[in-house]
Design a protein around this ligand. Structure first.
Ligand code: EPZ
Length: 427
């Protein structure tokens, strides 16, 4: 297993280009199953999760060529609509093939994703929506077996109200509705930019999607076989951008231009960082982050978009670990998303966990340590913490990091960080 060693204590300076959004590319790759034609995706990040999704599409029967930043999905209709546990367990987002497969082929057998480090991650809302579209759903030996009406027929349009906003739940049902007969209405949808991006692609394919990115989405489906393939460039990754923004703010003197970020997708984070005393300005399609004075303690509560993103909670908590005063970090989306905290305590942070709340008392410095990555965003937060210490920090099990951050050591190194990957380090 690889590790990353970082020695901080000095400000980051320069510019960093943001890659395409992982959480937009994943559903869009699955949307290629809705059409038999050859599709091309551009601005796709070179990440493990992209490779995993490509492997899944190949297992299903589609030819896929990953040539980052492009991915080509070849034409084909001879698909075996079964996603095995061995692949789905590597990446929960594999559940996003469920909607397209049952909509296009009348049936699907997809392994339940199982939980992950940050929570149980149920998919009841996905299944409820498919049942409303006429699917029969059976759970057998850890698999979801979905079948269209009357033994595999075409899905029917439906009116679906989610019990809570779910990103991949909204995306799965948007894709299913794109081939359902009639006009579906989805209510209480997730409003993330990645959901809006999927709506753009489904419209390119010939579905009629209105309201993607809002809490009510209308989708007029096309007949199976009538959706067109597409050529699409993926939006930039707002969470990667936010991660580098927090990294830039860790040391006084930080001055980083985050290139290619969409500031309107990060309004909650920008407001909280400004409240913390970080200077943030926009320059065209870029965000400049400057850190001059002390960091002020700021409270955050994570929420569905446009609220403060749960995927930025760990990174912001690290910034608050160096603030003047006490900040309260409340995580409302996932039940176990503070696994970075025990590792940060070993670096000298002062954090008290109380249920879904972390009370952070800022300290003057963090110490280098060997720490363990546990999930994607926690890994990034430990790297950011290492940037605040002039001692060496070794983050182990960085395979978590490689799922969602393209060339992180190269990008941080380009900003002046002393950082290197240790291949085959001790687990
Ligand atoms: C997406 O996960 C993202 N992943 C996550 O990013 C992100 O943290 C999450 O949305 C929240 O923004 C992708 O887009 C691939 P949810 P998703 O369904 O769709 C509950 C990262 O770091 N829920 O919006 O799985 C669920 O338990 C990853 O890039 C149900 O109860 O999240 C959670 O509490 C981590 N039933 C809440 O909803 C359901 O059927 C939000 O989950 C579905 C979800």
């Amino acid at each position: 297993m690889d590790a990353i060693r970082v020695r901080g204590g000095k400000p980051l300076k320069g510019s960093v280009r943001i890659s395409g959004a992982k959480n937009a590319a994943l559903p869009i790759l699955c949307a290629t199953l809705l059409s038999d034609g050859a599709s091309r995706l551009r601005n796709v990040p070179a990440l493990r999760d992209i490779d995993t999704t490509a492997a899944l599409l190949r297992f299903l029967g589609r030819g896929v060529r990953v040539d980052a930043p492009e991915v080509h999905v070849e034409a084909g209709c001879d698909v075996r609509p079964e996603a095995p546990y061995e692949l789905v367990k590597q990446m929960r987002a594999s559940v996003l093939v469920l909607g397209p497969l049952v909509a296009r082929f009348g049936r699907a057998k997809v392994s339940l994703p199982g939980g992950c480090a940050i929570g149980a991650r149920p998919i009841d809302q996905h299944l409820k929506g498919l049942e409303a579209m006429g699917c029969s759903i059976k759970l057998e030996r850890g698999y979801v077996i979905a079948e269209g009406p009357a033994g595999g027929g075409r899905l029917r349009a439906a009116e679906i109200c989610f019990d809570l906003p779910t990103v991949t739940g909204t995306e799965n049902l948007m894709m299913a509705a794109a081939l359902a007969k009639g006009r579906s209405t989805l209510v209480n949808c997730a409003r993330e930019p990645e959901v809006e991006e999927l709506g753009r692609v489904l419209n390119k394919m010939g579905a009629t999607v209105d309201g993607a990115g809002t809490d009510v989405i209308h989708i007029l489906g096309r007949d199976p076989g009538d959706l067109e393939p597409f050529d699409h460039a993926i939006i930039p990754d707002r969470i990667e951008a936010g991660t580098y923004m927090c990294a830039a703010a860790m040391m006084p003197g930080g001055d980083v231009l985050v290139e290619g970020a969409e500031v309107q997708d990060l309004e909650a984070l920008v407001m909280k960082m400004r409240a913390a005393g970080v200077e943030i300005t926009t320059e065209g399609q870029s965000i400049r982050v400057r850190r001059s004075g002390p960091i002020r303690a700021v409270n955050i509560t994570t929420a569905p978009h446009p609220g403060f993103p749960t995927d930025m909670q760990a990174q912001f908590l690290v910034l608050m670990s160096m603030a003047q005063g006490e900040s309260v970090i409340t995580e409302t989306i996932f039940e176990n998303r503070f696994m970075h905290v025990p590792e940060l305590l070993r670096m000298g942070a002062n954090v008290a966990l109380r249920g879904n709340t972390a009370v952070v008392e800022g300290v003057d410095r963090l110490y280098g340590a060997s720490v363990m990555a546990t999930d994607l965003r926690a890994s990034a937060s430990l790297i950011i913490a290492g940037l605040a210490s002039d001692e060496e920090t070794e983050v182990r099990r960085v395979y978590h990091l490689d799922r969602g951050y393209e060339r992180i050591e190269e990008k941080l190194g380009g900003l002046g960080a002393t950082i290197a990957r240790v291949v085959g380090a001790e687990a």
